[in-house]
Design a protein around this ligand. Structure first.
Ligand code: DON
Length: 319
């Protein structure tokens, strides 16, 4: 194993090193049969559990990939990261902290108990409560305008247009009464205003956007590159927001497994129940993986193992 700790001023790993570590991670974990697909969203339950892809994109815009890295999957909770970025651009970090919060909930991502017990009720932008509140803060006079902001942001991160998976959107819309319940509770506590069910619908739609591991690595590389997309060279996030966003990822990105992830891997990350996972190595590169089977916390099993292996081999731990 190489360096344990990230060295921001060291040269990037060579193309050969990136290619080799991707191959190794893929071969090591492709036959790992642990975990299971999310089953509370019917459309996700039937995705082929053997799919597995990994991609790395550097701040210079170099792309490395292995396996089914271009296979589309539902972004799910990883969308929360990009909507957070949008809202922070609009309101600033202080206001986001005030209106949503940044503390870990220590409870499952869809916990109603957390809404009741946590003093500010929303916890942080990455649990469902805080994420729906964050989506409710997206600017726009109409639903269509707010949706254009959300999708436009994700597309700027990915540097291409992204489709909504209509089957996932329908499936999730028919089964999201739990989220609607959480949103109504937040309304009762004054933590959401206006068209609350409209915000839930936007949130459900943002979760149904279809991306690949390669897209996700480009999106992560935009955060690694201080908010500028390394492929388009366009600024997507205000530079001053980047440390705040990475901190929210470090503390909450893998839900109530975020502590173990920080302990073992030491990289800001974000997962989704569609099987996606992204980790950011600040000022260097992003690593993204896709594999549908999840552990009990809702995080991709192969994705976590693969990224942990790559990060430790390349010496990416920020601590
Ligand atoms: O709201 C939900 O439950 C899903 N649309 C997204 C949850 C999710 O991805 C949690 N992730 N690990």
């Amino acid at each position: 194993q190489a360096r344990a700790t990230s060295c921001p001023t060291c040269p990037l790993p060579t193309p050969e090193e990136f290619t080799r570590v991707l191959q190794e991670a893929y071969l090591r974990y492709k036959d790992l049969n642990e975990g299971k697909n999310a089953d509370y969203i019917p459309a996700l339950a039937k995705v082929d559990p053997s799919l597995f892809g990994i991609a790395i994109v550097t701040v210079k815009g170099d792309v490395y990939e292995v396996g089914q890295s271009q296979h589309p999957f539902a972004i799910e909770s990883i969308s929360k990261l990009f909507v957070l970025s949008r809202v922070m651009n609009q309101l600033g970090a202080d206001e986001l902290e005030k209106r949503v919060g940044v503390e870990p909930s220590g409870m499952p991502f869809n916990s109603v108990l957390a809404v009741e017990l946590i003093p500010n009720h929303t916890a942080n932008p990455f649990v469902n409560a805080g994420a729906m509140a964050t989506t409710g803060l997206v600017r726009g006079g109409t639903q269509d305008e707010r949706w254009a902001e959300i999708l436009g942001t994700m597309e700027a991160f990915a540097n291409r247009s992204l489709p909504v998976d209509q089957e996932v959107y329908r499936s999730e819309s028919e089964t999201n009464s739990h989220n609607k319940g959480i949103a109504q509770l937040l309304l009762s506590y004054g933590r959401m205003q206006g068209d609350v069910l409209g915000a839930v619908d936007l949130y459900t739609r943002q979760c149904s956007v279809s991306i690949s591991a390669r897209d996700l690595a480009v999106m992560g590389a935009t955060l690694a590159n201080e908010g500028v997309n390394p492929l388009s060279s366009k600024r997507v996030v205000a530079r001053e927001n980047i440390p705040h966003i990475l901190a929210v990822m470090m503390m909450n990105g893998l839900y109530d497994a975020s502590g173990g992830w920080a302990f073992r891997v030491g990289l800001p990350g974000k997962s989704g129940v569609g099987g996606g996972l992204v980790a950011v190595v600040p000022n260097r590169y992003a690593i993204a993986a896709f594999s549908p089977p999840l552990d009990a916390y809702g995080n991709s099993v192969r994705g976590q193992r693969a990224i942990e292996y790559i990060a430790s081999t390349l010496g990416a731990n920020v601590f």
